[in-house]
Write a protein that binds this ligand. Structure first.
Ligand code: NDP
Length: 397
């Protein structure tokens, strides 16, 4: 049992707070802090029962974070703000000797660059302080990394080919909307593609490689090879992997809007002057797009995310597919958010539970696949994300 400080009260944060609040035997006290306190208050009110205390914090400001942590004295800080805040929050955790968890790797604001180097550089200092950092505990990264660790532990002697497949077959009835923070989402999907093959990274033009893949219960969906951050830690932690790729489905309408947004300069991340005020076009765009945390009401359909793996077991080649399907309607009914927030928030709350129970706790900075996947996967279905395994099938990849 322990006390948690959650930072971030957006779509993902709403789900994390719901799930943690439902487990008073694990999370004795919860403080929810964010830049806009009224959003924390709204989440706390929706959950009710005086389970959640709220606070205001600018998580870009290390001094403010240290003051808040010293006041609240949490056992664990759960960061579900934006990737820009990862390093300031890790600095504040180091200064106060408090453990840390997040769902997305650090990104500098001025460059859309996705890599773990900045956070891995904290490893020795976290070790010396005797505190744990758990990196990337959402769905992807997060559950996909844990699925891979489970496959390596239970079903393969060597994993050779890993394809992570992420399908959102839901319909939110908007011409264009992103399923998580628009700024982070657009930065991620407009970058060049990248995958691992034979010991090196291979770069592609954005969305250059694509093919239809069949998703269980959904059918064929055009899937695009993009770079995703868990590939970096997975090829390091499972060195038998010869090729690792990440595929995500996009509808034609989404891609057309994205192209227009880029062509007219609205995806720019550098500041421009507008009427004497400095603005960043992509941040302005975020202000006029639908709020991902509020897409849930009319969202219909399913997400399907999983790992398709080929490798060797007992000298024989084996193919394996492990996945979760999640319904947007069911996610909305339970937490008032859509399935992308839900599939990220449930694993984050569960990772925090693993820490509180002492099951995932070791000084240093770790990706989720560094921990035992068994207790996590034993609880994932109960927490709302059941998973399915299929053996010896055509992986289409
Ligand atoms: P939202 O934009 O909905 O929420 C972000 C929250 O962080 C808001 O409450 C926002 O406050 C707060 N915030 C932003 N800047 C600061 C700051 N400087 N100080 C304090 N609080 C701040 O994003 P999502 O909920 O959609 O995403 C949250 C995180 O989850 C992101 O890092 C995203 O990359 C990650 N993610 C991970 C996935 C995975 O599977 N691993 C999948 C989807 C998302 P305010 O309301 O004031 O803006």
């Amino acid at each position: 049992m322990g006390k948690v400080l959650q930072i971030g009260a957006g779509g993902v944060g709403t789900v994390v707070a719901h799930k943690m609040a439902a487990l008073p035997e694990v999370f004795s006290e919860i403080t929810l802090a964010s830049r806009t306190k009224s959003k924390c208050d709204a989440v706390a009110q929706q959950i009710g029962g005086n389970r959640i205390k709220t606070a205001q914090v600018d998580a870009d400001n290390v001094e403010q974070l240290i003051a808040l942590i010293n006041e609240e004295k949490p056992d664990l800080v759960v960061n579900v703000a934006l990737p820009y805040q990862d390093l300031p929050i890790m600095d504040a955790c180091l200064a106060t000797k408090t453990s840390y968890m997040d769902t997305a790797n650090y990104e500098p604001k001025e460059e859309a660059k996705f890599e773990y180097s900045w956070q891995w550089a904290y490893k020795k200092r976290f070790e010396e302080a005797g505190i744990t950092a758990i990196l990337g505990c959402g769905f992807d990264p997060g559950v996909t990394s844990i699925f891979t660790a489970h496959a390596a532990k239970h079903h393969f002697d060597e994993i050779h080919y890993l394809d992570i497949v992420d399908c959102n077959a839901g319909d939110h009835h908007h011409a264009f909307a992103t399923n998580f923070n628009p700024e982070i989402n657009i930065r991620e999907v407009t970058q060049k593609g990248k995958y691992w093959e034979n010991g090196q990274w291979v770069w592609t033009e954005p969305h250059e490689i694509h093919k239809p893949l069949n998703y269980p219960g959904i059918g064929p969906k055009e899937s695009y090879l993009i770079y995703h951050e868990e590939l970096e830690s997975l090829v390091k932690n499972f060195p038998t992997i010869k090729r690792a790729r990440f595929w995500m489905t996009f509808g034609q309408e989404y891609l057309t809007h994205l192209r227009v947004i880029q062509n007219i300069g609205m995806a720019r991340i550098d500041p421009i002057m507008y009427n004497g005020v400095e603005i960043v076009p992509i941040q302005f765009l975020k202000a006029v797009l639908p709020n991902p945390g509020e897409l849930g009401e009319n969202y219909q359909g399913w997400t399907s995310i999983g790992c398709r793996i080929k490798g060797i077991k007992d000298g024989k080649e084996r193919t394996y597919y492990i996945y979760n399907n999640c319904s947007h309607e069911a996610a909305y009914k339970e937490t008032g958010t859509q399935a992308v927030s839900y599939t990220t928030g449930v694993p984050a709350a569960l990772g925090a539970e693993m820490y509180m129970k002492g099951l995932w706790r070791k000084p240093g900075v770790w990706n989720v696949e560094d921990f035992d996947p068994d207790p996590f996967l034993a609880r994932l279905g109960e927490q709302g994300l059941p998973w399915v395994e299929k053996f010896d099938l055509d992986l289409e990849l």
